[in-house]
Design a binder for this molecule. Sequence first.
Ligand SMILES: [Zn+2]
Length: 236
Amino acid sequence: MSCPQCGGSHEGHAIPDNRHPAGTNPSLGTPISADGTPELGRTYEVPARQGKAVRVARGQTLRIVNTHGTQVCDMWAFNAEDVSEHLSMEHMRAWIDRINPRAGDTLVTNHRRAILKFVGDTSPGVHDSLIAPCDIHRYRNLGVQGYHDSCADNLRLSLKAIGLVSTEVPDSLNLWMNIPFNAEGTIQWLPTVSKPGDVVEFVAEMDCIVAMSACPQDVIAINSNDPQPVHFSVTA
Ligand SMILES: [Zn+2]
């Protein structure tokens, strides 16, 4: 039986859910290792428009570099023992008493447990927790015909590449995404304010899997209409 939402196989599950990508890209075939375990200290690329997933053990540091400065990186984190527990923006905001996180904040899951500590940021600290990761429906609404890479699919594909599935696409922490809001709550969609080589650092508070998507949004200006790669590394 094929899924009425995506046309793909249900692979044994009876109810349509959010696990199926709407299309594919090389994120599916290029994991950093079979199960996402990194070589410590090695720098990996998240190619433009693609996603990667990496295992970060408790106490290890994940460093993500905005190599070109203009790129948004959508980020998710899942409990390595149970991917139904994941970093959650709505729970995080209640925890940090702020809309968007900054260095020093603890980032929590949908079970309100610490999963990452945001420990370092060389950029001006402009990140976004409000906007859903881009998906095929977003691009349809923007007038795109046919398939378009998306952060939602990059999450699905990069997890599948290391043998995992999330039935949900949780809300992402959108690193460097510049969505200013005013006192009336009106938002704007603007290019990043970071510079080439800006780095954010997170320490894992539990064994986790972090997925990153170099956002392929090229219709509006959040990536200066020119998606670029980002880089990351994990250290002890
Ligand atoms: Zn995106």
